[in-house]
Ligand binder design. Structure first.
Ligand code: ADP
Ligand code: ADP
Ligand code: MG
Length: 491
């Protein structure tokens, strides 16, 4: 494999290209109008324009991506996450074109792409399942009976759902019919598939997922867990590895289950098996994501394994170079997703220009991003700006490093989840490890985001530094700092 096309944008495109470059593989970027000057385009060895800004006119067009491979001689495609990464039809198209998709087989993608067929596959191995219906359910009266059997509260879920979308919690039989109708129509419009099913709503759950790697020689290993319980809208904002809750025995049990789930579809490449865990540490299979996950860096930091390199090696047909027994957890890692969102206003997406963008540095700090100061965050795509990842020898050190790094991360012009991240790091429930997926609803509100004294001290220090340097070059900083203050006040 000499040249890989990365069918994605932003931080993940850059992340993938970095590993390819380290392996001596050339990279090709694709880009839409909005991304003409994006960093992934500048970083790649070659770049191909594939269309207008909306993703359905660019990044989601499989034909254009395959054409770009032909044009540049790229032999393989890395799809990243989102976009075409879990699209089995695209995976087939890539294969038919004589190219390699860096990911699992189209068959594995297809089965795991639907939460119901995924459960059917997993059941071959006696994997614990959330009580609920095992098939799509269309008849509302029957669905209600089943819901009563399962016991309220229940979740109505879209079989084809993803990204936290297509889920409805129903507390009692009273509003069931109405919720069921809404769920079906939402699933139809969002995923083009109205199939829904019912699951018991686990009341104080943790989201625990297991990273797996499978090669084309029948080897499958797990790389331990990630705890992704700090969520808003059923979507992750803070992730960590290992989990503060798991015992070695449960970790081993979950790891084995995850490998079995992967084996049920002869899984190859990197994948994630997601579980929900109740307050008694019982765990149940939720779904499998057949791609690189947003939060993969925390696993890389605790295992020392570059997951993108492993994906590429597997796609080249190599056998895994390590065995399960050789894998160990070293230290602790936490990731904060920095979204262009306003935490004080229900995490509503924000757009604009990054007037100031200064990233933290130092031991144990990793920033995966795709932006520079002065760039605009386009409205067309996912509002994630960066991922801030902190590593420490233990959980406390990782949390402290994360808190300091958040203080050193300066973004103005756009409201972000940075302040929210600080709130999480300082919160007793998070620090003690005793938190569940309701963390945000339980503890967080707009008042929690008050400007703190440290910010003021830092602004004073920045202004002082600028006065002392006296250079003209730094002059815009004053405006940036005052903007920052203004922004913080608006929070
Ligand atoms: P992860 O499990 O990797 O944290 P997320 O649920 O946050 O994944 O989604 C990762 C990316 O994929 C996001 O850009 C999200 O918007 C997108 N995504 C995930 N599932 C879907 C889906 N079914 N349809 C459209 N986009 C999706
Ligand atoms: P998606 O495809 O959108 O990622 P998941 O099935 O992985 O869907 O669920 C996303 C999140 O929704 C979980 O991380 C969890 O917070 C919540 N959730 C899903 N199923 C349940 C359940 N049965 N009980 C409680 N919470 C759930
Ligand atoms: Mg999920």
């Amino acid at each position: 494999m000499h040249k890989i096309l990365v069918a994605n944008r932003g931080e993940i495109a850059l992340r993938i290209m970095r590993s390819a470059r380290e392996m001596g593989i050339k990279t090709v970027a694709v880009y839409s109008d909005a991304d003409r000057n994006a960093l992934h385009v500048r970083y790649a060895d070659e770049a191909v324009h594939i269309g207008p800004s909306p993703s359905n006119k660019s990044y989601l067009l499989g034909n254009k991506i395959i054409d770009a491979c032909r044009q540049t001689g790229a032999e393989a495609i890395h799809p990243g996450y989102g976009f075409l990464s879990e699209n089995a039809a695209f995976a087939r198209q890539v294969k038919a074109a004589g190219l390699i998709l860096i990911g699992p087989s189209p068959e594995a993608m297809e089965i795991m792409g639907n939460k119901l067929s995924a459960k059917v596959a997993a059941m071959q191995y006696n994997i614990p399942m959330v009580p609920g219906t095992e098939e799509a359910i269309t008849d509302i009266a029957e669905a209600k009976l089943r819901a009563i059997e399962v016991g309220f509260p229940i979740l109505i879920k879209a079989a084809a759902g993803g990204g936290g979308k297509g889920m409805r919690v129903v507390d009692s039989a009273n509003h069931f019919e109405e919720q069921m109708q809404l769920a079906v129509s939402e699933a139809t419009s969002a995923f083009g598939d109205g199939s829904v099913f019912i699951e018991r709503y686990i009341s104080s759950p943790k989201h625990i997922e297991i990273q797996v790697l499978g090669d084309n020689h029948g080897n499958i290993v797990h790389l331990f867990e990630r705890d992704c319980s700090v969520q808003r809208r059923h979507q992750k904002v803070v992730e960590e590895a290992p989990s503060a809750t798991l015992t070695p025995a449960i970790r081993a049990q979950m790891g084995k289950c995850a490998i079995d789930v992967a084996r049920s579809v002869n899984y190859t490449g990197a994948g994630t098996v997601e579980f929900i865990m109740d307050d008694k540490l019982n765990f149940y299979f939720l779904e499998m994501n057949t791609r690189l996950q947003v939060e993969h860096p925390v696993t890389e930091l605790i295992t020392g394994i570059d997951l993108v390199k492993e994906q590429i090696k597997i796609a080249r047909g190599e056998a895994l170079s390590f065995k399960q027994e050789e894998l160990t957890i070293k230290g602790h890692a936490i990731e904060l997703r920095i979204y262009a969102e306003d935490p004080a206003n229900n995490f509503l997406p924000d757009i604009g220009t990054l007037q100031t963008y200064i990233t933290p540095k130092g031991p144990g700090i990793r920033v995966d991003d795709g932006f520079e100061q002065g760039m605009e965050v386009p409205i067309y795509y996912d509002p994630m700006i960066a991922k801030l990842i902190a590593y420490g020898k233990n959980r406390d050190e990782a949390i402290d490093r994360m808190a300091h790094a958040i203080d050193e991360f300066h973004i103005t012009g756009i409201t972000t989840t940075l302040g929210f991240g600080k709130f999480v790091m300082q919160h007793i429930a998070f620090r003690s490890g005793k938190f569940d997926t309701h963390f945000v609803n339980k503890y967080f509100n707009a008042d929690a985001l008050q400007e703190d004294n440290e910010d003021e001290a830092l602004i004073a220090a920045l202004i002082m530094q600028q006065l002392l340097s006296g250079g003209k070059k730094e002059a815009p900083l004053v405006a940036d700092v005052s903007n920052w203050v203004k922004n913080r006040k608006e929070l």
